[in-house]
Design a protein around this ligand. Structure first.
Ligand code: GLU
Length: 375
């Protein structure tokens, strides 16, 4: 069985669970984190983009504030998250800084990945950070999220982040080295599963029986996260992080389960756009913009001849060629009113027309599907 190779992947999301990061004293396990930072620096050096989704805020905050996690109320845990998060991200800042890597804190709530307008904002902020070789350190915004509006666990959050940034691989660092045919702590006959092509009901059932020693997730949430990510074209790895430099170990062949992606992130995104039922408006383009979109570019306001319908930022719009034939669909970066104001505008005129500094593109090429010519 060939082992996992980072070579096949460019944009990586690494999920770090509390059990790895927090030492017995309830504080950050500094040595382990330094090892992780060395691994991240190694991957950066090889040209990979890295995003980290890290738990640990509540655990660290409970230590600092002397809160007993088991007896605490929600508001105590939220207070703990506020105190713990600042220390957590500071630790990342220091260990990554040793390698001259800048860390940036990003706190998300489900609305940021589930609501399309906010999704566009979160996506463009994260892309800007990655363009500048910054490592986003992401956690749930536990301080304001209440039970009803929580991701609930960081495995799911990491899968949503992978989907948002169109990552090629999601690595869930856990306290187990992958999925087994039965719970390995209970059954001697449990067999390690190295590769999963399709997440079937049988796989979900196996995962449901296996609990991890610590952490809120267990194997079931990992397989559910893998299901979200693989459908978004992102392969998912579950491997043990309970060693120093777990990513180097993974590259050297340490044991893991790989859940294979269904298609690529781009094909998954385009399939979703092409199949969307609710199209809220249309943009008619000139011949130059039509050619540019067919060649894979984003749509600039200058190429828009007319705007139809009533849409908001994040809604799906049709793109029409000069004859009025629909040849694609995309997520609008501007509302219909704003689009009408800047249609035909050169980029440098956008601010003057809108009265504020807008975005450069009307449709981003990642959020755009162009139908093939024979459609
Ligand atoms: N967001 C939580 C924290 O930072 C952890 C959630 C989880 O471990 O899944 O403490």
């Amino acid at each position: 069985m060939p082992h996992f190779s980072f070579e096949n992947y460019h944009r990586l999301v690494i999920k770090v669970g509390s059990s790895l990061l927090i030492g017995d004293d309830g504080h950050v396990h500094r040595r382990w984190l330094e090892g992780l930072a060395s691994d991240v620096a190694m991957l950066h050096g090889q040209g990979h983009e890295v995003l980290i989704v890290s738990s640990g805020a509540i655990a660290i905050g409970s230590t600092i504030l002397g809160i007993n996690k088991r007896r605490a109320r929600l508001e105590d845990l939220q207070a703990a998250a506020a105190a713990g998060q600042v220390q957590l991200v500071h630790a990342y800042q220091e260990v990554l800084g040793e390698h001259d890597i800048i860390a940036a804190q990003v706190l998300l709530t489900p609305g940021d990945t589930e609501n399309r307008r906010r999704f566009l904002n979160a996506r463009s902020t994260l892309s800007r950070l990655l363009e500048r070789s910054v490592v986003p350190v992401i956690n749930e915004n536990d301080t304001v999220a209440t039970e009803e509006i929580r991701y609930g666990d960081n495995d799911r959050l990491a899968a949503r982040v992978a989907q948002l940034v169109m990552a090629d691989v999601l690595i869930l660092l856990s306290d187990v080295d992958g999925l087994y045919s039965a719970d390995p702590s209970k059954s001697k006959d449990a067999v390690h599963i190295a590769e999963v092509q399709q997440i079937s009901d049988a796989i979900l059932a196996v995962a449901g029986e296996t609990r991890s020693a610590t952490g809120s997730g267990g194997m079931a949430t990992k397989v559910q996260a893998a299901r979200i990510a693989t459908h978004a074209g992102c392969s998912t790895i579950v491997t043990s992080g309970a060693i120093e430099r777990p990513l180097s170990a993974l590259a050297a062949g340490s044991r893991c389960t790989i859940f294979r992606a269904q298609g690529t992130p781009a094909s998954a995104r385009k399939q979703w756009l092409a199949g969307a039922l609710e199209v809220c408006g249309e943009l008619r383009l000139d011949a130059g913009a039509t050619r540019a979109l067919r060649a894979g570019s984003s749509l600039l306001p200058v190429g828009v001849v007319a705007v139809g319908g009533d849409f908001r930022r994040g809604d799906i719009v049709s793109v029409l060629d000069a004859n009025g034939t629909e040849f694609g669909r995309g997520l609008a970066e501007y509302s219909s009113e704003e689009a009408a104001l800047i249609a035909g505008c050169q980029s440098e005129q956008i601010e003057e027309r809108l009265g504020y500094r807008g975005r450069a593109v009307m449709l981003h090429h990642d959020e755009l599907v162009v139908f093939s010519n024979d459609n």
